[in-house]
Each structure stands twice: as C-alpha cells, then as structure tokens.
Write a protein that binds this ligand. Sequence first.
Ligand SMILES: NC(=O)C1=CN([C@@H]2O[C@H](COP(=O)(O)OP(=O)(O)OC[C@H]3O[C@@H](n4cnc5c(N)ncnc54)[C@H](OP(=O)(O)O)[C@@H]3O)[C@@H](O)[C@H]2O)C=CC1
Ligand SMILES: Cc1cn([C@H]2C[C@H](O)[C@@H](COP(=O)(O)OP(=O)(O)O[C@H]3O[C@@H](C)C(=O)[C@@H](O)[C@H]3O)O2)c(=O)[nH]c1=O
Length: 305
Amino acid sequence: MKKVLITGANGLLGQKLVRLLSETGNYHTIATSRGESRLSEALPRVTYQALDITDRTAVLALFDEQQPDYVVNTAAMTNVDQCESDREGCIALNVDAVAYLIEGCQKHNAFLLHLSTDFIFDGEAGPYDETATPNPLSFYGQSKWDAEKLVEASGLRWAIGRTVLVYGLVPQMSRSNIVLWVKKSLEDGKDIHVVDDQWRTPTLAEDLAQGCELILRHDATGIFHLSGDELMTPYELALRTARAFGLNEALIHQTDGSRFTQPAKRPPRTGFILDKAKSQLAYRPHSFEAGLHLLEQQLTGKAVI
Ligand SMILES: NC(=O)C1=CN([C@@H]2O[C@H](COP(=O)(O)OP(=O)(O)OC[C@H]3O[C@@H](n4cnc5c(N)ncnc54)[C@H](OP(=O)(O)O)[C@@H]3O)[C@@H](O)[C@H]2O)C=CC1
Ligand SMILES: Cc1cn([C@H]2C[C@H](O)[C@@H](COP(=O)(O)OP(=O)(O)O[C@H]3O[C@@H](C)C(=O)[C@@H](O)[C@H]3O)O2)c(=O)[nH]c1=O
C-alpha cells in the first residue's frame, strides 16, 4: 500500500483527494493541514495530523515520523489578491515551504506531486500545453512558477499538476469559488458583473483529484495539465451556471477588464490543452454541465461531498 502525505488537506483539492485515496483502498493517507481537521468524517486508511508547512522543523519532524512514499502539496496561498498585498506571506507558503517539503522528500526518497496554476502564463496565447513558456503577471503566479523551478531542480522523482479555476464543494470551505459565488448571488437576487474578456477551462475539484490519483497510481513524472476541457469566459460560465440551477440569468451583466478590475492582474486567455494527461494518464474530466450536475446532487444530499 502506498503511503501518501497530503498537505493542505482542509482545502478544496485536499479534501477531495483525501476522500478519493481512501475510497480506492490502495493508499494509507497522512492528511495534514494547518489547525484542526475539517474533513467531514473519519475515513478508512486516513489519519490526520496538524502541520503548518511554513514551519521547517515541524515539516522535517513529520517526515521522520511518517516516512511517506509520496507527498502531494496542495497547500498554498490561493487568494491571488492577498498574494499581491502580503508578499512575504506568499513567498513563505508558496515558495519557501516547498523547499522544506523537497528537503523532506530528498531525505526519505519520496515522490513529490506539487500543484501549480495557469497563472504562471501571461494569457496572451492560451490554451497552453505543458511545453509553453511561463511569464507570470501577478505575484501569486510568480511564486507558483518559482516553486515549480525548485521542484524541477530537486533531483527527486517529481510531478507538477497544473490546474485552472477550480470549483466544487467541501465542508467548511475557507475560500469560495466562482460557481458557488454565482449561484449564491443569483439566489440572493443580487446583480453580478462578470467579465467576457478572460478565457479559462474551469476545473471540477473531483476531476483534479482524479488527475492527482492517476499520477500517483502510475508514478508519472513531469508536468501535467489537469483542468476541465471547455474553454469559456467567466460570463459564459455564469450563464451556464444560472441555466443549470434554474436561476435568473437577467441578474448577470456582461463587463470587461476595463470596467472590472482586481488588485492582481489576471491573464486574459489561459485554459489548458489536455492531450498529455489524456493519453498518458487516461485523464477524462467531466463536461462543465456534468460537473454542475454533480454539484447540484451534492448540494441536495443525493451525492457525498
Ligand atoms: N483554486 C483554484 O482555482 C486553483 C488552485 N490551484 C492550485 O491548486 C492547489 C490547491 O488549491 P485549492 O485546494 O483550491 O486551495 P485551497 O485554498 O482551497 O486550499 C489550500 C489549503 O492549504 C491550507 N494552508 C494554508 N496555509 C497553510 C500552511 N501554512 N500549512 C499547511 N496548510 C496550509 C489552507 O488552510 P485553511 O483552509 O485553514 O486556510 C487550505 O486548506 C494550490 O496549490 C493552488 O495554488 C491552481 C489553479 C487554480
Ligand atoms: C468576483 C468576480 C470575479 N469575476 C471573474 C474574474 C475572474 O476571471 C473570475 C474568477 O475570479 P476570482 O477572483 O474568484 O478567482 P481568481 O483569483 O481569478 O482565480 C484564480 O485562483 C487561483 C488560485 C488560480 O490559480 C487561478 O487558476 C485562478 O483560477 O471571475 C468577475 O468577472 N466579476 C466578479 O465580481
């Protein structure tokens, strides 16, 4: 049985991945995150331990204690605007902590799967494949690219799973996501202004977890693009979400980057080409509507989250 240490296990991907690894029956999982566990229930073959990955001593001590075969680093500062204002905190978590994990993996000859983002690209030429050249526009994007470079230079057996605009539902979320935000706003009767000049391939959290499990299952090394397969604007995403949940589309107003601004610059056109993950891992993401349907089932208690 493969022993896997997951960081950021309270997060959106972390919770999905812990559940998936438990369900397959092939992994013993050490789920770690900062603070108490927010996993909804005790799961077979899963133990939880608090771990702040910015604490080098704590990271190395946990590696010595648990001796994992695989490490999946899902923890990150994922609030892109916060990364712009708290640059020190961003580097500590998104870059320096990755160096501590690499150190632990080197000592115990563990495989490292690290999560990264479409925001390493400038969005001038999306959708991108794994060979495209990064040119981040934001501090978040730069931090994630710097961490990728550490992983690639580590001498470890490593994989990097890059993803795009993840949506989904887990218990006690510390951060919402675009689909839940659209749904809640429309349910509350609030007007929303959504951009039509950015393009993304939004990713169902379950699909991303599946992609990570496939990498672990096959000991697949290198960079893999793991996202949804449909390129769309956030405006289109909002309309399709409204239709799927039977909500009022008239509340959704089209805007663009000249009128809607955020503190961190977003790349205009990203999205991923998935050919490598499809051919090498048999990665098969849900369609966007199928992803929304699963979310609807989870929200109504017809499927587990
Ligand atoms: N979400 C997205 O749209 C995208 C995400 N990614 C990447 O995918 C990965 C997973 O993202 P996602 O699951 O959505 O992120 P989340 O923000 O949902 O989860 C990150 C988790 O890391 C935890 N964490 C924060 N600081 C620390 C720390 N010092 N030590 C240990 N754990 C910590 C957070 O804890 P707490 O909950 O307590 O804050 C949170 O549970 C990240 O690497 C991200 O950069 C890439 C592209 C898109
Ligand atoms: C809040 C809001 C967002 N948007 C658009 C802008 C943007 O393209 C999209 C999502 O905006 P957010 O600020 O929620 O998410 P954002 O920070 O852009 O999401 C990113 O998260 C990090 C972690 C990543 O790695 C990236 O892949 C990326 O998906 O929605 C609007 O058009 N209007 C709005 O009022």
